[in-house]
Design a protein around this ligand. Structure first.
Ligand code: NAD
Length: 353
């Protein structure tokens, strides 16, 4: 029996709805596999700002630092539009990621066979796609200094050190080893010195993973192949800016934002969150797709608790619910639809069987 202690930050909009769904499924996992689940809930985002004057209260940050695993629903509210940048709900996310030292962001992008017709790509291109993008999250252009803006000139700086590339590359190689053993490192080594270092360090790390096949690809070509030949990819490893863009591109092939999970790992505490935002347009209606949140919980089971059989059980539960024809509105097309709660109940039931 394991103790599963989770810091839950439901946040805003559909955040609480999909978090409830994910926690319900985790409850079923705990029951089936005999674990002790405790969930400690805290405020984040607009709801935190409304109650405390800050989107990331100290009590929330302290609880997250204790970990070992943080689950975040979503943040964001139209009422926050006029706030100063540091007070906006999204500021909480950026601070949380950097405070927790999560330097590797994992974004699986897999096309569910049942939903292949929802993909932005043609059926024959999308069918069978299954990749994970590993994005470096705490370095590169988004953090480099100097950075400033003058009237007619602006500067950002792209810096990576060998140590920064090594640690994220190891995460990606380990992941590739547990999958189809293929890693594509994406850079712009034809024009950027930083990318030349990136390329060389990845080759060095690769020596410790002789069972993983490595290739290098320029970012522009990767952007093209993601929509023309996505099945060629297994694990994509890339830096912060390219990863930001390519992971959103890859997600378009899956069919709905409501399907995409993420894990940010590397520090002592892992942060797990659906890729989507607070979706104010559908909040409170009970129709949000909980799959992204449930899959984020599955990533948490594997990465933070080493419970791989449990993670597989959750993934199978989602597949079973989809195979049984259950669809929330975003992926229902013109067909019948179920609520967030009904979908989560079906997954939980499949997990306990
Ligand atoms: P969004 O992801 O909230 O919504 C985009 C569209 O996708 C909407 O039509 C929404 O209804 C739909 N959608 C999203 N998740 C869904 C789900 N689970 N099921 C069904 N449909 C879903 O993006 P947005 O509208 O650009 O942003 C809304 C707010 O969320 C903003 O305040 C933004 O800053 C914030 N945001 C937060 C995060 C986060 O918390 N990680 C990420 C992105 C955006």
């Amino acid at each position: 029996m394991s103790k599963l202690h989770i810091v839950s930050l439901p946040g805003d909009g559909i955040g609480p709805e999909v978090t409830t769904a994910a926690m319900h499924v985790l409850g079923a996992v705990a029951k089936r596999f005999g674990h002790e689940l405790t969930v400690e809930e805290h405020l984040v985002g607009w709801c935190a700002y409304e109650k405390t004057g800050t989107p990331l209260p100290d009590a929330t940050l302290e609880a997250c630092r204790r970990g070992p695993a943080v689950f975040l629903g979503a943040v964001g509210d139209p009422r926050a539009e006029g706030l100063l940048p540091g007070k906006r709900p999204e500021a909480a996310l950026l601070k949380l990621r950097s405070e927790l030292g999560c330097f590797a962001n994992l974004r699986p992008a897999r096309v569910d066979e049942e939903l292949v017709d929802m993909s932005a790509l043609k059926r024959e291109i999308a069918s069978g796609c299954d990749m994970v993008i590993v994005r470096e999250l705490t370095g590169g252009l988004y953090y480099g200094t100097p950075r400033f803006k003058e009237a007619d000139r602006a500067v950002n700086t792209l810096v990576y050190t060998r140590a920064e590339v090594e640690r994220v590359a190891k995460v990606a190689f380990e992941l590739a080893r547990s999958r189809r053993k293929k890693l594509t490192s994406v850079d712009k080594a034809n024009v950027l010195e930083v990318s030349q270092l990136w390329h060389a360090v990845v080759d060095d790390v690769a020596k410790s993973y002789p069972d993983v096949a490595v290739d290098h690809m320029y970012a522009d070509r990767a952007a093209m192949e993601l929509v023309t030949a996505p099945k060629r990819f297994d694990v994509i490893l890339t830096e912060n800016l390219f990863g930001d863009i390519l992971s959103d591109e890859a997600s378009a092939m899956c069919g709905s934002l409501g399907l995409l999970a993420s894990a940010s790992v590397g520090g002592k505490v892992g942060l797990y969150e659906p890729v989507h935002g607070s979706a104010p347009d559908i909040a409170g209606k009970g129709i949000a797709n909980p799959i992204a949140a449930i899959r984020s919980a599955a990533l948490m089971l594997g990465y933070s608790f080493g419970l791989h059989a449990e993670a597989v059980a959750v993934e199978r539960g989602v597949s079973k619910a989809l195979a049984d024809g259950l669809r929330t509105a975003d992926v229902a097309g013109g067909g019948p639809r179920v609520s967030t709660r009904e979908f989560a109940n079906a997954v939980a039931e499949a997990v306990t069987k």
